[in-house]
Design a protein around this ligand. Structure first.
Ligand code: GRF
Length: 195
């Protein structure tokens, strides 16, 4: 059975969408671990509800970013994790993580990349008055939301929409797009290797 981990720093609504889809068999893989850099993040409670173990790492207790990521990778390898899905993980992946999971580290971002990378993507889109934004799933590289795009969903922004309206609509799109795309990636890989 393919195993994936979720890296998250926040409320974990996308993490939950992935755990739920795995539990339902929509993603043909097991949610093996949630890794967080914020031990009090909402994602921990959500993981507990799905019986998924949580490993919390405090980056500031490590001397270097590489040492922090080595500890994370050690835990991931111990648990035979094949894929990493970043879901609101508020750190830039460093060399150690990138080298450990080449082509198997994926992120979701709440805009139609390459528009509005980085923080507050939804706020930026609303402030610019764009008529369409959306959600993007992409492979992770060393940049901020710059890796190759895998899938996107457009989300309309209507006259008079508040930030709250747009956020809710984009989040809903994310919760559909991420599990669907994760399932496709894992299925495609299983076909490739003949499982
Ligand atoms: C999502 O909008 C995701 O696209 C971005 O961070 C947010 C995390 O939200 N990378 P949640 O913690 O999954 O609710």
């Amino acid at each position: 059975m393919t195993r994936f981990a979720i890296l998250a720093s926040g409320s974990g609504s996308n993490a939950e969408a992935l755990m739920k889809a795995a539990e339902a068999g929509i993603i043909p893989a097991e949610a093996a671990l949630v890794v967080t850099d914020k031990p009090n993040a909402g994602v921990c409670e959500r993981a507990a509800r799905y019986g998924v173990p949580v490993a919390a790492f405090q980056p500031k207790t490590y001397e270097t970013k590489a040492a922090f990521e080595e500890a994370v990778v050690h835990e991931l390898k111990q648990r035979d994790v094949d894929w990493l899905f970043l879901a609101g993980y508020m750190r830039i992946a460093g060399e150690v993580l990138l080298t450990a999971y080449p082509g198997r580290m994926v992120n979701i971002h709440p805009s139609l990349l390459p528009a509005f990378p980085g923080k507050d993507a939804i706020g930026q889109a609303v402030a610019h008055g764009v008529k369409v934004s959306g959600a993007t799933v992409h492979f992770v590289d060393a940049g901020i939301d710059t890796g190759p795009i895998i899938a996107q969903t457009p989300v309309p922004i209507d006259e008079g929409d508040t930030l709250t309206d747009v956020t809710a609509r984009i989040q809903q799109a994310e919760h559909e797009l991420y599990p669907k795309t994760a399932a496709q990636l894992i299925q495609e890989e299983r076909k490739r290797v003949g499982v």
